[in-house]
Design a protein around this ligand. Sequence first.
Ligand SMILES: NC(=O)c1ccc[n+]([C@@H]2O[C@H](COP(=O)([O-])OP(=O)(O)OC[C@H]3O[C@@H](n4cnc5c(N)ncnc54)[C@H](OP(=O)(O)O)[C@@H]3O)[C@@H](O)[C@H]2O)c1
Length: 234
Amino acid sequence: MHLYIVTGSSRGLGAALARQLAQPDHTVIGIARQPNPALDAEQWALDLADPLPAAERLQAWLRAHTGWHGATLINNAALLSDPGPLAGSDLAGLSAAMRVGLEAPALLSRVFLAETTDVPTRRILNISSGLGRRAMAGSAAYCAVKAGLDHLSRALALEEPGVGIVSLAPGVIDTDMQVQLRGADPGRFPEQTRFQGLKDGGQLQTAEATAAAIVRFMLRPDFGKTIVADIREA
Ligand SMILES: NC(=O)c1ccc[n+]([C@@H]2O[C@H](COP(=O)([O-])OP(=O)(O)OC[C@H]3O[C@@H](n4cnc5c(N)ncnc54)[C@H](OP(=O)(O)O)[C@@H]3O)[C@@H](O)[C@H]2O)c1
């Protein structure tokens, strides 16, 4: 039995990943604030903006459930603070974006790594973004979160040579996150028109197609060889 822990399983890419991974020989745990009624898996309603109790819950659960043939943590959940200059951002929204996007993956990874040492095959997949590698005005916290995930992954890979660790940019996906970017005020967020153009030009991938490509990528024997990767080039 392979254990998959998927954060952000209620919508978008995480919902598609959790759905596709929910197979008879897999145990899937989905984590999000809202339940996903279409997901036939164990779901934990947790706010990852408060990551310590979430990590402690995962720690207790992993201690009580052992004997896995494989285990994979997918840190997918993220949230955008209101697109616009950092100086004008809502403080609470900024704090939540940093905690969900970076603190939670670090704490969940810490627990996952410590509690699965006897599992033969282990992977951590961090869902990053091209914006971790290219700076964009109006999205400084998000850029920092994703650059942080990339570098967290590089450092963890040095510490854990036996674990497949990848920070993956998933491409541009037709989810609520894109709705938020297109709905931003162009006066505060200059790239609003570019995101609108991607939608109008039919350049967004579906969450299902992206999830299918990611699942194929995850199952490749060379998973972890390239730590900072992009699904469009994989
Ligand atoms: N969409 C794109 O074009 C794109 C491009 C590059 C990278 N990405 C990355 O891909 C991943 C998935 O993005 P998406 O587009 O699928 O986003 P989305 O549709 O906005 O979904 C975000 C998911 O994160 C969860 N989440 C947000 N805040 C949370 C919190 N406080 N506690 C627990 N869960 C929380 C949401 O669940 P609840 O609201 O129920 O809590 C939801 O399931 C993210 O890491 C994103 O940065 C997306």
